[in-house]
Ligand binder design. Structure first.
Ligand code: NAD
Length: 479
């Protein structure tokens, strides 16, 4: 099928490459000429594992091209996917839909024939209906452009896998024809048994914000428990493990720590509350304000803990922050909790160095005042405090004894509760984490009597392996 993918950022570039990979003839469109040039050369403009391979193969197949021209897109596509950003509107909680509207305004007057316009961006409920009316006023005579919504659930870091093998496809459609068109687009996935939920556009739009609201709530729930654990002298990791054994609850997204960030979860829950207020049901999702507040509070709590760990005043203290991206396996620093904490430490006078395996360039651009870019050991040289704030797998593999030799004081705040604390303590480190008692004989690390038996049966993961596994199942990884 002839598809266009308009907006080739984290979502659109992956969608375009993957649609070509499953056999469609795809034209990717973006207003950013530099991004289009890079993509045309087979170089992803951002870090996403596996994307370079899919992109190169798709370009070589001749089924993927890129352009900055919406006129060219109009001529090419029988289905047009809208994948542009929907950030938080300045000075408001609501979503800024100006980029979505600009696509419609730039595309529709040039349409030569009837087609399907499919939104993938995350939008407030009611957007399909609004765009349907807008398009009706813009379409050339005799041309019908139906709108459908097909929200995207990919996670940065797993975007290629999530696009090629999604856990579900949701199609918000107003006609049988639109439904059949979307089923043809995703025929390869449907043949593999991917669940396909066909519904009305309002429900489809809501699925996405409801999913992100649920994930955000789960993370903030465990972080609220961490605050209680701190006050009560209890251990939030053991608490989460015990809760997680209940299959009704599950262990995923129950990792207490610095909380969520990125270009989606924070702005999506805010936009949802704004939209609910417009619909007259603000109180129904008022709890999301608390979810947001709890999340923001973890950043402040981490800064306060850092201040405490250096004796009450951060001015002039050398501090190293491990991680700048909002989650591992991405270079995305949008609303990154790690970068927010690094910035706050800098503002309180600390001499901050930031290390990140892939996010340095974006961190520098976003926060030029921070010292980013040194390799891990150099970044930690003479540090009086190290904060582990993004759970990259490579931090789980650091040799704490080697690191202890380069720092001035071996003091660690594990803002993700993902490092093997026993090993770090054994190497001489003082380790602190939100929601966890800090003595060496914390209950969570006292072996239970069942563990040796489990070891015989299934050789459970060692602590370092667990840290890497936790990194892979990033709690801050909402799409
Ligand atoms: P992004 O900022 O990386 O990409 C948006 C792209 O749209 C940019 O390249 C921008 O130049 C382009 N653009 C803006 N206006 C345009 C126009 N008029 N014509 C053509 N291109 C235009 O954003 P993203 O992370 O890819 O997110 C896009 C949407 O997808 C958002 O609604 C987001 O909430 C949603 N989403 C994102 C993810 C994710 O993990 N990033 C996952 C699921 C859903």
């Amino acid at each position: 099928m002839r598809l266009t993918v308009i907006g080739t950022g984290y979502l659109g570039a992956v969608h375009a490459a993957c649609m070509a990979a499953i056999g469609h003839d795809v034209l990717g469109v973006d207003v950013d000429a530099e991004k289009i040039r890079t993509l045309s050369e087979g170089r992803p403009p951002f870090y996403e594992p596996g994307l370079d391979d899919v992109l190169t193969t798709a370009l070589a197949s001749g089924r993927l091209r890129f352009t900055t021209s919406l006129r060219e897109a109009a001529a090419h596509g029988e289905v047009h996917f809208i994948c542009v950003g929907t950030p938080q509107r300045p000075g408001s909680q609501a979503a800024d839909l100006r980029y979505v509207d600009a696509v419609v305004d730039g595309l529709v007057p040039h349409l030569p024939a009837s087609c399907l316009v499919v939104g993938k961006s995350t939008v407030p409920v009611g957007t399909t209906a609004r765009l349907t009316a807008r398009i009706a006023g813009l379409a050339p005579a005799g041309v019908r452009a139906e709108v459908a919504w097909n929200p995207e659930f990919l996670r940065e870091g797993f975007a290629v896998e999530d696009t090629l093998r999604p856990d579900r496809l949701v199609a918000g459609v107003t006609s049988q024809e639109a439904d059949e068109t979307l089923r043809r687009v995703y025929a390869v996935m449907l043949e593999e048994g991917v669940p396909y939920i066909s519904t009305d556009p309002n429900t489809a739009e809501l699925v996405k914000v409801a999913a992100n609201s649920f994930l955000a709530t789960k993370i903030s729930f465990i972080n609220a428990m961490a605050e209680v654990c701190d006050a009560a002298g209890a251990d939030v990791v053991t608490l989460a493990d015990a809760l997680g054994h209940d299959t009704r609850i599950g262990r995923r997204f129950l990792n207490a720590g610095l909380g969520f960030g990125g270009g989606c979860l924070p702005k999506d829950i805010r936009a949802f509350t704004a939209r609910a207020q417009e619909l007259g049901v603000g109180p129904a999702v008022e709890f999301l304000d608390q979810v947001d507040e709890i999340n923001q509070r973890q950043r402040a709590r981490t800064v306060a803990l850092a201040r405490q760990m250096v004796g009450g005043d951060l001015a002039g203290r050398r501090v190293t922050v491990l991680g700048a991206t909002f989650k591992p396996n991405s270079d995305d620093v949008r609303d990154s909790p790690a970068l927010a904490v690094a910035t706050a430490l800098h503002q309180q006078g600390a001499d901050v160095r930031v290390h990140d395996p892939e996010g340095t360039a974006n961190a520098r651009r976003a926060r030029p005042e921070l010292d980013c870019g040194a390799d891990l050991l150099t970044a930690c040289q003479d540090a009086e405090l190290v904060l582990h704030l993004t759970e990259w797998g490579e931090y789980g593999e650091v040799d704490p004894a080697e690191l202890a030799r380069v720092v001035r004081r071996p003091v660690l705040i594990d803002g993700r509760n993902a490092l093997p604390h026993d090993s770090w303590r054994a190497a001489g480190w003082t380790v602190k984490a939100l929601g966890r008692p800090s003595g060496p004989d914390r209950p969570s690390e006292v072996r239970t009597t069942r563990e040796p038996l489990r070891a015989k049966i299934a050789s459970p993961a060692t602590e370092p392996a667990r840290a890497v596994a936790l990194a892979a199942a990033s709690p801050a990884g909402g799409s």
